[in-house]
Ligand binder design. Structure first.
Ligand SMILES: [Zn+2]
Length: 382
């Protein structure tokens, strides 16, 4: 679901199970028992469960797309459940019913990936995860790009294991079930595994983005914007890089925050008039709406030109500037020349046109890694 949702827990995920059954009653009993055993209801978890007989219709499909891209008022979820005949069970205010209904309506026809999740036995919850990191690097080299985001090479760390005290031992993402299973079998895991599940997911498929004009942006959306750099990048004391982007209808700040590491170096090489397409989450910040960069396509680089004082035509010495746009004067013979006598030098740009992305450690789950560009689509059309 929408990774920008302020009420989210963790990654803002929801799961749907399709079950062949005679009656809902026994399923309801199992679902309620599982939620009451494992949900942190005493800590205020607003878990929601939805049951639907038959296939989701267009109303649930469009609710899914809203849940991935917008913020949905809770009333809308309760109203939709009534309209489509879905039965709800929920705790506290039940904000979880938004995700539960959206998961039933999930439309993965336009792109899906797979995630294998291995669960820990209860005795190990909260302890350090015992996975041989070297085996994760070996697995990544052997299975990528059919699996992805297993490791962050820049940070030199494995990415398959969370750092929270949750029951998940590890998760492997890939473009088909066989790839994640094969990758899992290559790992050296030094603790018991309770069970393993392979999920079909919308992760790494870019479902959250909409192509928008700057004038149409709102807090909490994820957008793709075509624009022109209008103010050069600057780096603040925290190591965050900001620049301004303009399109025909507005101007917005774009940010590459410190955790995006080397991605900031790319961004900081942009100059005004560069043409780019930016991908990211829009947040309302003190300076105004700001797009938190996840990917950037550098389409066309502006010419970078520097002007410097010319050589004096009379005595061959380098002249001196009289100030901005005030022309030049020779310190030796006193000759004066106008600004248009300046020596103009075209400076080589330090970046190339192309697609750039944040490292895996800073990537959000829904964002498609560049290495899947083409691959994912090709795979699914086979
Ligand atoms: Zn001179």
């Amino acid at each position: 679901m929408n990774p920008n949702c302020p009420y989210k827990t963790r990654g803002n995920a929801a799961i749907a199970l399709k079950v062949d059954a005679e009656a809902i009653d026994p399923l309801r009993k199992i679902a309620v028992e599982v939620v009451e055993e494992y949900s942190e209801l005493d800590e205020g978890a607003e878990t929601g469960i939805a049951f639907l007989r038959g296939e989701p219709d267009e109303r649930l499909r469009s609710f899914y797309w809203r849940a991935v891209r917008e913020l949905i008022p809770l009333e809308d979820a309760f109203r939709l459940a009534e309209e489509v005949g879905a039965e709800l069970v929920y705790y506290h205010d039940g904000r979880g019913v938004v995700g539960a209904l959206a998961a039933i309506g999930a439309d993965l026809g336009s792109g899906k990936t797979y995630e294998l999740i291995a669960h820990r036995t209860r005795a190990y919850w909260g302890t350090v995860r015992r996975i041989d990191p070297a085996s994760v690097f070996e697995m990544d080299r052997a299975t990528r790009p059919y699996t992805f985001d297993n490791v962050d090479y820049e940070a030199g760390e494995i990415r398959i294991a969370p750092h929270t005290p949750c029951p998940v031992l590890l998760g492997i993402r890939g473009i088909n079930p066989e790839a994640v299973k094969r990758a899992y079998e290559m790992l050296r895991i030094l603790e018991p595994v309770e069970y393993v599940t392979i999920f079909e997911t919308n992760q790494a498929t870019d479902p959250h983005y909409r192509r928008l004009r700057i004038a149409d942006l709102r807090d909490g959306v994820s957008a793709i914007i075509d624009g022109t750099v209008s103010e050069a990048p600057r780096t603040d004391a925290g190591g965050h890089v900001f620049f301004k982007l303009r399109d025909d209808a507005g101007e917005i700040y774009c940010a590459a925050y410190e955790p995006t590491k080397s991605f900031r170096k790319i961004v900081s090489k942009l100059i005004p008039r560069d043409e780019v397409t930016v991908f990211g989450a829009v947040k309302l910040k003190p300076q105004g709406l700001t797009l938190n960069l996840e990917k950037i396509l550098v389409k066309r680089l502006a010419e970078r030109i520097v002007r410097r004082p010319p050589i004096c035509p009379a005595c061959g010495r380098r002249m001196k500037s009289l100030g901005r746009n005030k022309g030049y004067r020779c310190r030796v013979c006193g000759l004066k020349l106008g600004e248009d006598a300046a020596e103009v030098i075209k400076v080589r740009r330090e970046i190339k046109p192309g697609f750039y992305e944040v490292p895996p450690s800073a990537r959000r789950h829904l964002t498609k890694p560049l290495m899947l560009e083409g691959l994912l689509r090709d795979h699914q059309h086979r």
